[in-house]
Design a protein around this ligand. Sequence first.
Ligand code: GDP
Length: 365
Amino acid sequence: ALTTGIVGLPNVGKSTLFNAITQAGAEAANYPFCTIDPNVGIVEVPDRRLQKLTELVQPKKTVPTAFEFTDIAGIVKGASKGEGLGNKFLSHIRQVDAILHVVRCFEDENVTHVAGTVDPIADIETINLELILADMETVDKRIGRAEKLAKQKDKQAAIEFEALSKIKKAFENELPARSVELNEEEEKMIHGLHLLTIKPVLYAANVSEEGLLDGGENEYVQKVREYAKAENAEVIVICAKIESEIAELDGDERQAFLEEIGIEEAGLDQLIRASYSLLGLATYFTAGVQEVRAWTFRRGTKAPQAAGIIHTDFERGFIRAEVVSYDDLVEAGSMAAAKEKGKVRLEGKEYVVQDGDVIHFRFNV
Ligand code: GDP
């Protein structure tokens, strides 16, 4: 499964946030594709459409789709024998699909700041510089050879050299690889390098309880927003402490608490949603009387591979997919009515699944 790794300097609120994630956590047993590991938190992806489908179909049970967060600090702490901490840290970042960078944007005399003062940009730069230096080493190992081959009129190498040169220049300006505009061919050529700074990043500006209730836009947050904009990254404002309190509440209590403090959506839900879109993920549904269920797929996935997410047999024996869009189904009011109106399509192997598709797969066993 795809995972977002949580990073940040010490004392910025990572553990508090990760605790909120595991508290809110979904039963791992329901999600055979998720990793079972104390450093991985599995959360359900909030989706209002699932409620609506449940009302329509009245199934025996409803299962949301899930998403993983990995606590990189936790792994690093537990595995620091032998190899240096720095290398462990980098190798774990290499394995995640996106990065959630927690930044301290709250003041609290009782919580020591590692650098002595609250300065979110300095904090971000401390970590980003380490990642840039690691990537610079990777690029330096390749660029000489690419240049040599490019001079010998190797077309692929010329593309690679061009891409690496642009990236190197960004590094020299202390900018990450994700800030560099690359065309499709260039992207392909450098994909195999698995650069750390090319991974999508979401900055979580961790504000105080009072800060969040004031709308969350303090001067620290503003600075993080400006910084993120320059490198094509996104920002979410959270209060890790409040999130850990919200995570202990269930359904109705949770709603009441959010209304009481005047917040529309829990920060954690926003985080999940943002990570989801950052990774180019989308949701399709299966809707039978036994079970209504949401499934995560990568945008661009074709029907047989989407079926394979449910079970490998579904992909191997794929015949057709009966597809109706969520909107059409809800408008029709029932699957039967949607069929009558001609809204249910039969799609084949080349069909690219869309977000919100309600699908019934037909397959040979
Ligand atoms: P980590 O080292 O990044 O994992 O940071 P922790 O989650 O352990 O948090 C460090 C300290 O900051 C703890 O004492 C937390 O209670 C406190 N803290 C974390 N988030 C917040 C917050 O949103 N507001 C306030 N006031 N304190 C927080």
